[in-house]
Design a protein around this ligand. Structure first.
Ligand code: ADP
Ligand code: MG
Length: 240
């Protein structure tokens, strides 16, 4: 797929400001942002911090995610964000970063559209990406299946590709790594960015991921992760 900024358009639909890739969706309407109202049946719901919805729109398999705050504020504010300019919405930032990742040919979701809707002093933000087909999170996989050394190395290689392009992942954990058709993807680039100074953030990314594996292991009866798997991941990471 060719990636060009010329295809990125911005428009307003009612109170909603949207950014979209016109090469994928020529004339987006309100229903693009309402998975429940699209003509085809919604497929499944993924459990994350928020809720991702899978649906079809104009022949594309899409994933819709709404930005939710964690913690107490969420119960007061739900999916609305305080802010002034929709163009600074987290959904817009994630869209732009994903677009750059595509240009670098990094294995991350293809951005389709982002929206920021103003309601008084608040924003409601959402992001739509192309579905990575038949994907499973690494966390889910390890709850049922032990992975071969070569697959652990693939995970390490994938992370290294991003680090080689100075892409910092703010929440690298076993749920934000997807496996699909033998390929490894990183997802969920909220609050992520290019980082050019030093290398210590790369070590922190890896340390965070290891903590996530250990947490899943402590919380689940079966979770196929041990020190030798981590060594294989690091082996792949150091090879690229
Ligand atoms: N492009 C995609 N293709 C397939 N599944 C996806 C895609 N984007 C998100 N998901 C699924 O939705 C879940 C939540 O998405 P994510 O971007 O991690 O948001 P958050 O964790 O903030 O809710 C992921 O764990 C994954 O299962
Ligand atoms: Mg996530």
């Amino acid at each position: 797929m060719t990636v060009s900024s010329d295809n990125i358009k911005i428009k307003s639909i009612g109170q909603r400001r949207i950014l979209y890739d016109a090469a994928l969706i020529e004339h987006p309407d309100e229903t693009l942002f309402c998975p429940d109202r699209t003509s085809s049946v919604e497929k499944t719901t993924a459990i994350g911090r928020g809720e991702a919805r899978f649906y079809q729109y104009q022949g594309h398999d899409l994933v819709f995610k709404q930005y939710l705050r964690g913690g107490m504020v969420a119960s007061l504010m739900g999916d609305r964000y305080f802010g002034i300019n929709p163009d600074h919405a987290r959904s817009f930032k994630e869209f732009h970063l994903l677009h750059q990742l595509q240009a670098l040919k990094l294995p991350a979701p293809v951005p389709v559209a982002a929206s920021a809707e103003r309601t008084g002093l608040f924003f409601r933000a959402a992001l739509i990406t192309l579905e990575i087909p038949d994907a499973e999170t690494l966390a889910d996989k390890l709850m049922t299946t032990a992975m071969a050394d070569a697959s652990w190395q693939d995970v390490g290689r994938c992370i290294r590709q991003f680090h080689n392009h100075d892409v910092y992942h703010a929440d690298l954990n076993a749920r934000n790594i997807l496996l699909s058709e033998g390929k490894v993807y990183l997802i969920d680039f909220d609050k992520c960015a290019f980082r050019y100074l030093g290398d210590s953030w790369k070590t922190s990314n890896l340390a965070r991921l290891k903590r996530s594996f250990l947490k899943f292991k402590s919380q689940n009866k079966i979770f196929y992760f041990d020190e030798s798997d981590w060594k294989q991941l690091l082996k792949g990471y150091s090879e690229v």
